[in-house]
Design a protein around this ligand. Structure first.
Ligand SMILES: C[S@@+](CC[C@H](N)C(=O)[O-])C[C@H]1O[C@@H](n2cnc3c(N)ncnc32)[C@H](O)[C@@H]1O
Length: 273
């Protein structure tokens, strides 16, 4: 795991495209700069399936939050929460229970600043600017402690974020470190890119995508279904239907329209034992 100590960035480096802001652009958001849009447009040229995967990922997040609410969970820790956009976790939770607690975490300065502004005056939701590779700095953060009670179930959301964590930073160990702090009945949700079930054309797209992100502030790491499955360790039990293509995870009615990008994104949810 990373031993570096995270220094929050308040400045925005306009010479380097940001993966967080490119994601915002793919979702149709406005919190991105020329450097991000130029980068995202280049990605679109070489990997046109990307916006479709981001949308499938975002809908998966919404269904997971509703599942957790149905399970009675009222506390959410959203790691790599991104720039606020349609369907933010606290907006979904507060439709059901205004006092649900939500802690967002992101290290990208625009994501942090925008969420801070959005959440000003909200007593039940907050954002921390931190690096998820430093779990203690998040789990023991005063804002986390103020809002989340780890003796009660918490939903830990790692949606669309572990693909930015390198093998050297041991994503599986990272998941286990967070999971060990969760009470039984908590939930761990993960989504990720995996391309081995895709055809040759989509696999080539993913390879080009990985190459393009070498120029961004974060690199992309593709894993196999088996690798991601291994992160749901012995302390957790996957809920049905397991780790599946994003739109197949507990589809709602009417089912989401899917497309050629379908075999690129996987999602799964486990309950802590
Ligand atoms: C693709 S977006 C996903 C946003 C949201 N979770 C969703 O699924 O819609 C990934 C986010 O993770 C953040 N991120 C990546 N690595 C991170 C790290 N080590 N610590 C904190 N945030 C990180 C990025 O800044 C970005 O905002």
């Amino acid at each position: 795991m990373s031993s570096s100590s995270f220094e929050p960035r308040t400045d925005v480096d306009l010479s380097v495209p940001s993966a967080a802001r490119a994601y915002d652009y793919f979702l149709g958001g406005a919190h991105n700069f020329a450097v991000d849009r130029a980068f995202a447009d280049q990605v679109l040229q070489i990997a046109p399936s990307v916006p479709a995967v981001t949308k499938l990922n975002r809908s998966f997040l919404g269904r997971v939050v509703r599942f957790c609410l149905d399970q009675g969970i009222r506390q959410f820790l959203d790691l790599g929460s991104g720039i606020p956009t349609v369907g933010n976790v606290h907006e979904i939770t507060q439709q059901v229970d205004l006092e649900c607690r939500v802690v967002y975490v992101d290290y990208e300065p625009v994501a942090y600043a925008h969420a801070r502004q959005l959440l000003a005056g909200n007593p039940f939701a907050t954002i921390i600017q931190a690096d998820i590779r430093e779990p203690e700095s998040i789990l023991d953060h005063p804002e986390t402690r103020r809002l989340l009670d780890f003796s009660e179930p918490v939903a830990l959301l790692m949606v669309g974020v572990l693909l930015f964590i390198s093998d050297d930073d041991q994503p599986g160990e990272l998941v286990a470190t967070y999971r060990r702090r969760l009470a039984p009945g908590s939930v761990v949700a993960i989504s990720h890119i995996a391309s081995e079930q895709a055809g040759a054309e989509l696999q080539a797209e993913v390879a080009r995508l990985v190459g393009a992100y070498a120029a961004a502030d974060e690199h992309v790491y593709v894993r196999t279904h088996q690798e991601i499955l291994g992160w749901f360790d012995e302390g957790m039990r996957l809920v049905e239907p397991g780790l599946v293509c994003l739109p197949d995870w507990r589809p709602e009615s009417p089912p989401e329209q899917t497309n050629a990008a379908r075999p690129l994104g996987y999602g799964g949810v486990a309950q802590v034992q």
